[in-house]
Design a protein around this ligand. Sequence first.
Ligand code: 5GP
Length: 112
Amino acid sequence: MTIFEKIIRREIPADIVWEDEDVLAFRDVNPQAPVHVLIVPKRVVPRLAETTEADQALLGKLLLAARAVAEKLDLATSGYRVVINSGPDAGETVPHLHVHVLGKRPLAWPPG
Ligand code: 5GP
């Protein structure tokens, strides 16, 4: 079981900022920006590379959740970045699909 499944099951604490029946959003324990939230599906999906057409609705929900979190945390006007790391070259460290939402500072491009 990944650390994110334990957070979803409330077996370990997290600073939860948003939730619905399908997804949970909580602050990253090692934030890379003043606002750094992770949005995860409650259903186990390892990574974007392993999603299928059957995950279309869930993937849409994750992006809509990112927008909702950004609005709730006052990022809509200043701007924010949405990131999904899939696989080793992207630096994925937790094999449970997650969307990063980063904001409240200017973010460089291209990413490192
Ligand atoms: P990845 O590198 O896989 O895209 O992102 C994983 C993220 O999970 C990292 O930004 C890391 O800081 C975060 N993370 C790892 N363990 C925990 C934890 O126990 N709690 C929280 N809130 N975030 C975690």
